[in-house]
Design a binder for this molecule. Structure first.
Ligand SMILES: [Fe+2]
Length: 365
């Protein structure tokens, strides 16, 4: 990675942010569209603050632009639904802050030594982290826009049927990519039994059959936790369920509970995380939409691989390890290809469905 490669990556992420926010009014940027999401202007300034924190302060040794931002834009300090009431920057100062930080970063980058032995700088890791952080937030902002009815996905259609058998045997789970996150490392061999996985994602038409057959009232196909969620939420179809949507488009906005219930209903199950990754790495040519269509729920909880070391900070992934969060793989139609890699691990609570989430079924071989 040369400094000019890093500039290209930074600028590409920024273009995505600008393209998303440019058409919006100040009111759309500042309002609390949903308690599940931050006001968009918070995400915007938070992107700048993360970049300031890691590149200007941590790497560049600069002083804080405004010490109060550390608390205002700390994702752990305030729930998303409370952020509109904080004294956060309004759109114009937020844009100016983000722009000023970027200008200072572009001045700093040519002077950085990327092979001075600091693991943070090795291969430009910390810049890669800032780029991916921005790209991940653009997707969070796109979810907010979807909740406001302002985001439409491009037409994606499933065109294959049937299953692929993935033979038993070892494969390498995880990544050695220098920009991979700590949770993708260390790469290690895992031995799996034979399994079968669907060549296509579950479509709206597939899912409609489940809805029409009374799947949401069929206690037998839901887990105890899933049934409790369904009743409390009075869920009887996916979020934003649109019967005019393309029948052969992958279903999206389903929770883990719904994905699991659907898979049980067709006599299958969700793939485990290692199964999903093995399929993506060894049989990708036979599988449609492994990357970049909808996030695909797996049956696995989020945890560290054997030998995991938090790097460069525990709040990125380690703070979320445990049974509470389920892993999603593959990226959505909105996810930038830099993030939607076969080893990338996304995680969320099993009842969340404002995300662009769908599923692919698997079963034992
Ligand atoms: Fe963030």
């Amino acid at each position: 990675m040369s400094p000019s490669d890093l500039v290209v990556a930074l600028e590409r992420a920024r273009r995505r942010t600008e393209d998303l926010l440019e058409p919006l009014t100040d009111e759309q940027l500042t309002q609390q569209i949903s308690r599940l999401q931050s006001p968009l202007v918070w995400d915007l300034a938070h992107i700048g603050h993360f970049e300031e924190l890691w590149l200007l302060r941590r790497v560049g040794g600069r002083k804080a632009v405004s010490p109060e931002y550390d608390e205002l834009y700390d994702a752990f300090a305030h729930a998303r639904g409370d952020r509109a009431r904080l004294p956060i920057l309004s759109p114009q100062p937020a844009r100016a802050y983000v722009r000023d930080v970027r200008e200072a970063v572009l001045e700093l980058l040519p002077n950085l030594s990327l092979d001075n032995g600091d693991p943070l700088l090795n291969e430009g890791f910390v810049v890669g982290m800032v780029v991916q952080h921005e790209l991940q937030h653009t997707e969070t902002m796109a979810q907010t826009l979807a909740l406001a009815g302002l985001a439409r996905r491009p037409p994606v259609r499933a065109s294959v049927t049937g299953e692929v058998t993935v033979p038993s045997g070892p494969f390498t789970l995880g990544s050695t990519d220098p920009w991979a996150y700590d949770n993708e490392r260390p790469a290690h061999d895992v031995d799996l039994a034979e399994f079968r996985i669907d060549r296509a994602l579950v479509t709206n038409a597939d899912y409609a059959a489940f809805v029409d057959a009374g799947g949401y009232r069929n206690r037998d196909v839901w887990s105890a936790e899933g049934w409790g969620w369904r009743k409390a939420e009075q869920a009887d179809e996916p979020l934003f369920w649109d019967l005019t949507a393309l029948p052969d488009a992958p279903v999206q906005h389903v929770s883990f509970h719904e994905a699991e219930a659907y898979a049980h209903w067709v006599g299958k199950r969700l793939p485990t995380e290692p199964e999903w990754e093995k399929a993506a790495k060894t049989t990708a040519a036979d599988l449609e939409h492994m990357l970049g269509a909808v996030w695909q729920w797996t049956s696995s909880s989020f945890g560290g691989y054997p030998g995991f070391r938090a790097f460069p900070y525990a709040e990125y992934s380690e703070a979320f390890f445990g049974d509470e969060y389920k892993v999603l793989r593959g990226g959505s139609w909105f996810t930038d290809p830099l993030v939607a890699r076969p080893t990338f691990r996304n995680w969320d609570l099993p009842h969340r469905r404002q995300i662009f989430s769908g599923l692919r079924c698997a079963r034992d071989g």
